[in-house]
Design a protein around this ligand. Structure first.
Ligand code: ZN
Ligand code: ZN
Length: 357
């Protein structure tokens, strides 16, 4: 039997694929060893210029979305790590992006809806064990933060005992477990300074998320760069006021048109209570077009939409989500997904966009 040129080529490919398959395990092991050594020994911030960086550790809402976990924004200011809201994927996504949860210096909560705090326990645990921290981290928030933090401390108190007993206080100091709550008060007239050091200022301001009270947004300033995080809110003049002159506005967004599809689906399925629930949640959020109008009024060059609702499982839905925004906002607009990184180098005007996983 004659084997033609094509036949020989196919045999060669098959043999190569076979040998690659045979070496798959040793190659993967070598690769894993190298990656683990780099991750554990390397400086996770070495590739980032001095400046302000936004790493999206959760771009979604309580509704499940493969690309978007619960609300979480990691803000890197110089070499400091601050986390804003701790949704259910916070710790895992911070790790997946290559950052070290053990280096988190402060956590800030916008309000206490469960989707903004349900990853706090896991994040506190990772922060404690990753660097054998001997001091708890501070969780900042408006009135109510103490109830949340104390609740997690209570729920994890047995786990703390197990881990200290297993590893010993030298490896895992009991004193570093968990968090200390720090309550700040806010007023409608102006933002309140809630954290400050040589190059960094963090301010909190009230937003409109009735009947949830208090609910706040944050402004973060590092050297000459700044950002605003809206938190959960209907269109709020306080967000517009604080966003004036910042480099990036991170604003929550819910497409009322796409939510209507969910409402209609619930109606068709004769699930009246679910239909009402879907209607109710549209009245304390902001549409993408409204967020775009706020960004335009504030003259912000870059709008990052997050807390994306409903989920966008198909690429075409992102276009549907953004429908109408280009007509009202002349800057750049991006629909956030987990792993997105926006870098704002100090002393420059640039905003560099990348994706970490
Ligand atoms: Zn909320
Ligand atoms: Zn929310």
């Amino acid at each position: 039997m004659r084997i033609g040129k094509l036949g020989s080529a196919l045999i060669v490919i098959a043999v190569l694929a076979g040998s690659l398959y045979a070496f798959q395990e040793p190659i993967s092991l070598q690769l894993a060893k190298r990656i683990i050594a780099q991750r554990m020994g390397g400086d996770p911030l070495k590739d980032l210029p001095d400046g302000l960086h936004i790493a999206v550790c959760g771009a979604g809402s309580p509704m499940p979305d493969d690309k978007r976990g619960g609300p979480c924004t990691l803000v890197i200011a110089g070499r400091q790590l601050f986390v804003f809201d701790t949704g259910n994927t916070s710790a895992r996504n911070i790790n997946k992006m290559g950052f070290n949860a053990g280096n988190i210096q402060g956590i800030f909560l916008t309000h206490f809806h469960s989707d903004h705090i349900d990853g706090l326990g896991e994040l506190l645990l990772q922060r404690w064990v990753s660097n054998s921290n001997a001091q708890p981290v501070t969780v900042h928030g408006p009135e109510g933060v103490e109830t949340v933090v104390n609740g997690f401390m209570q729920a994890y108190s047995l786990d703390r005992g197990y881990r200290v007993a297993h590893h010993g206080d030298d490896i895992l100091p009991k004193s570093g477990f968990g968090a200390t709550a720090k309550t700040f008060s806010v007023q409608d007239e102006k933002a309140t300074l809630v954290f400050q050091n040589a190059d960094t200022q963090i301010l909190a301001f009230t937003v409109s998320h009735e009947p949830i009270h208090p609910a706040v947004g944050y402004k973060i300033i590092y050297k000459d760069r700044s950002i605003v995080i809206s938190g959960d809110t209907t269109p709020s003049p306080h967000v517009t006021r604080e966003a004036k002159g910042v480099d990036v506005l991170i604003h929550e967004a819910m497409s009322m048109d796409l939510m209507k599809i969910l409402q209609d689906g619930a109606q068709e399925a004769k699930r009246g209570k679910l239909e009402q629930l879907m209607k109710d949640i549209t009245n304390y959020h902001t549409s993408p077009v409204e967020a775009a109008e706020i960004a335009q009024q504030a003259q912000v060059p870059y709008l990052l939409l997050n807390h994306i609702a409903p989920p966008l499982p198909l690429p075409g839905l992102v276009d549907a989500f953004l429908k109408g925004t280009a007509a009202v906002f002349k800057g750049k607009i991006q629909v956030a997904k987990d792993g997105d990184l926006l870098s704002l180098p100090a002393g420059k005007k640039s905003i560099d966009v990348s994706h970490r996983f």
